[in-house]
Design a protein around this ligand. Structure first.
Ligand code: BGC
Length: 353
């Protein structure tokens, strides 16, 4: 009733094997992850008639993830993103008077951990098979100075599926020097299971009374603004189409929603619901923020699962994390981690119908 299987998914250009792990709960919830990028590749759930469909964007083969068309339009599909998710203002930060300069990898900005972040590493996998849960623990050691960040960081990302059908991602890290850590997962959800359909027909709810406005580079300005009477008001369920259709400068700046929501800290973060299929995804976390990205830059650039091209708004990312650029924003909760202190974070995804 709860199983885990592994198979060879492909080989990296350097000849290293990439393994795909599939967790299955009663053929009702099925999730696959691979050790390359500690990436979440598949997530099957039933609609109200019991029909299974995959609800995350991705590729059918490892070659899909490595294809040139995707690499040229790279967007972290399903990846573990780190050390720091999102942008860092000025591509630099200071700790104890020392300034660290970070490489640019998205135009003029440093995004999602840099040129070769945790999403492009081959992680070491350990299987978990217990009575109440199955899963995989991925481990990676990020050396001191990697992508400009100080400290050697040991990081574990553990995916588990339990007997309640809940998929959890648990992050744990330790460092030998003071550094900054703020990872997330970059899965793109479309609960219709038909990735040609935009997610504008999904209802969305976020437990957030405020959000972080951004500048023209998508960088948080530092302000924390109430969502009331804005297209960021998802306190009660509302069609994404309705909010995305509003003529609001904050949406126009980034071509849709690409903003952090300030979670009310209730452990419950958000609900995505697709009325047509009846599929519902509930997200729980104790992280302070939810970066919501409506796939604004997707645009028929590469072939995804089943040869489908992913267009604008074809999926939504629900990235649980501390706020972007927290290291340069005194009002945001700190992402600094001291040696001996450690970092820990957990997100639970519940897919039902
Ligand atoms: C960022 C977007 C970016 C996307 C894909 C999101 O987390 O906020 O600005 O385009 O990831 O890289």
């Amino acid at each position: 009733m709860l199983t885990i299987e592994q198979k060879l998914f492909g080989k990296l250009p350097n000849g290293q094997d990439v393994t795909l792990f599939t967790m299955n709960f009663k053929d009702e919830v099925i999730a696959s992850v691979m050790d390359y990028g500690a990436t979440w590749t598949h997530f099957f759930g039933k609609d109200r008639d019991g029909k299974l469909a995959d609800v995350v964007l991705g590729f059918d083969t490892l070659e899909g993830y490595l294809q040139e068309d995707y690499q040229n339009n790279y967007c972290y599909i399903g990846s573990t993103v780190g050390r720091i998710a999102g942008r860092i203002k000025g591509n630099q930060f200071s700790l104890d008077g020392q300034t660290f300069h970070l490489p640019l990898n998205a135009g003029a900005i440093h995004l999602h951990g840099g040129i070769e972040g945790w999403d492009r590493k081959l992680w070491k996998a350990t299987l978990i098979s217990e009575t109440n849960q199955v899963g995989v623990r991925f481990y990676y050691q990020s050396p001191h100075g990697e992508e400009g960040y100080p400290g050697t960081v040991d990081v574990w990302v553990t995916y588990t599926l339990n007997t309640s059908g809940e998929l959890s991602i648990h992050y744990k890290a330790i460092t030998d020097k003071k550094t900054i850590i703020n990872p997330t997962n970059h899965a793109y959800f479309n609960l219709s299971g038909d990735f040609r359909q935009p997610i504008t027909d999904h209802m969305f709810t976020v437990d957030a009374d405020s959000y972080l406005p951004v500048d023209s580079q998508g960088m948080p300005t530092g302000a924390i603004v109430e969502v009331a009477e804005s297209p960021f008001d998802f306190r009660t369920p509302i069609l994404l189409e309705e909010q995305l259709g509003k003529a609001e400068e904050q949406l126009q700046l980034v071509g849709g929603i690409d903003h952090s929501f300030v979670l009310n800290n209730s452990e419950y973060a958000a609900t995505l619901f697709h009325p047509l299929s009846g599929r519902k995804l509930i997200v729980h976390t104790l992280e302070p923020g939810l970066q919501v990205y409506t796939g604004n830059s997707l645009g028929n650039d590469f072939l995804g699962k089943g040869g489908v091209t992913y267009g604008k708004y074809s999926a939504i990312c629900l990235e649980t994390q501390h706020f972007p650029d927290a290291i340069n924003q005194p009002a945001f909760q700190s992402v600094v981690v001291e040696p001996g202190e450690g970092f820990e974070s957990k997100t639970v995804f519940v897919l039902t119908s």
